[in-house]
Design a protein around this ligand. Structure first.
Ligand code: GLY
Length: 372
């Protein structure tokens, strides 16, 4: 299968996202042009390492690139101060210098954590993202948002630090558990919903075949990355348009917080439920027809994804408490809740003045659906 390239044009911080099957086996040839000396430090996690680390190191070795690797525990809990310290000190022990390159091999947790470690190490070293989850390939590995979670919330400490290269190997998605693949699909659908109705239409037809058809999967990743790259090029630091990428995220962050960032709700699952709620909210505010939220929910259901609050196992707090969690979201500006709403499929926009009582009623109804 051919390897496709999406350029991310950001002046001196420009880079390429390479997308295709077998890219890990070509990693040495892809990365060597970035190196001043043939040595890299890799950070990964213990679910990914047994699947892909040896292959990556062999590919580097084939180009004469020496590598050392740190394997951290898998899971969101790793995106914290303790593992940031551990990774940063390990990179220093490996004598990584400013001219060197760090490789982040893993999903969003490793990409965000190691991107941030690279941002602060020696005031900034270059890093390469090798995303191994669908979510990381279509979203978190592109655009330079890096950071960790703290007791106060998710991603509240971090930096914009663009990678020097992203290698999205479509083949690795085959080894993903079905639940993780579908969670990543939540972010794929988001691109159609926020700005490309034809992509959403295509997903309505082809979505169910993505997990088994590599060519379709590549097309979905490519279109998602193209959309993300375009948005990041126009608004790197989220002064405006980039906020559209947070479609569904205000609801999602509240639900993730309410479920303790646990296995009860994966981030991408929360995004999917959040997108369904954002369209429902848009309809209640008279911004779009009833057809739009119905189509969103129908497609998510057809994919076998979580769509409603009832699909989240266990108890949830009441509407008031969920609203309070939303108010803690970092997208709050001057105490007002910010939502990404839509005038239709593919027509999202930022709304800063959403009446709280409408949101509360929506949540109350959604929770009643859960109770019923
Ligand atoms: N994941 C949202 C963004 O990169 O802006």
């Amino acid at each position: 299968m051919t390897i496709q390239t999406v350029p991310v044009a950001l002046g001196a911080r420009s880079y390429e996202v390479r997308i295709g099957e077998g890219l890990i086996d070509r990693a040495g040839a892809e990365i060597v042009r970035l190196l001043k000396r043939k040595r890299v430090a890799i950070v990964t996690e213990n679910r990914v390492a047994p699947l892909h680390l040896a292959r990556l190191q062999a590919a580097l070795e084939a180009e004469g690139i020496a590598s050392s690797a740190l394997v951290l525990p898998a899971g969101e809990g790793t995106k914290d101060w303790a593992h940031l310290a551990r990774a940063t000190e390990w990179l220093l022990e490996q004598k990584v210098e400013r001219r060197d390159v760090v490789v982040a091999l893993g999903g969003g947790v490793i990409g965000d954590l190691i991107g941030f470690a690279s941002a602060i190490l020696r005031r900034g070293v270059r890093f390469v993202q090798v995303p191994t989850s669908l979510l990381a390939q279509v979203d978190s590995s592109v655009g330079g948002k890096t950071g960790i979670n703290t007791a106060q919330g998710k991603n509240l400490v971090g930096a914009f630090h663009q990678p020097s290269l992203v290698l999205a190997d479509i083949g690795v998605l085959e080894s993903l558990p079905a639940r993780d693949f579908l969670a990543g699909y939540g972010e794929v659908v988001k691109y159609g919903l926020l700005g490309d109705p034809l992509f959403f239409e295509w997903l309505e037809v082809e979505g169910p075949r993505l997990s088994t058809d590599a060519a379709l999967r590549q097309r979905a990743v490519l279109r998602s990355v193209e959309m993300k790259a375009g948005i990041v090029e126009r608004d790197e630091t989220e002064e405006g348009e980039r906020a559209l990428l947070n479609l569904g995220h205000t609801f999602c962050h509240a639900l993730e917080s309410a479920t303790g960032y646990s296995d009860r709700l994966l981030h991408g699952e929360g995004v999917a439920i959040g997108c369904a709620l954002a369209f429902e909210l848009s309809q209640r505010l008279g911004l779009c027809s009833q057809e739009a939220p119905s189509r969103v929910r129908a497609h998510l259901k057809a994919m076998g994804m979580k769509t409603d609050l009832a699909d989240i196992p266990g108890e949830l707090p009441g509407a008031e408490a969920l609203l309070a969690l939303m108010a803690q979201d970092k997208k709050v500006i001057d105490g007002r809740l910010r939502f990404i709403l839509a005038r239709g499929i593919g027509q999202a926009f930022v709304a800063d003045d959403v009446p709280g009582d409408v949101v509360k009623r929506l949540l109350t109804d959604a929770l009643q659906g859960k109770a019923g």
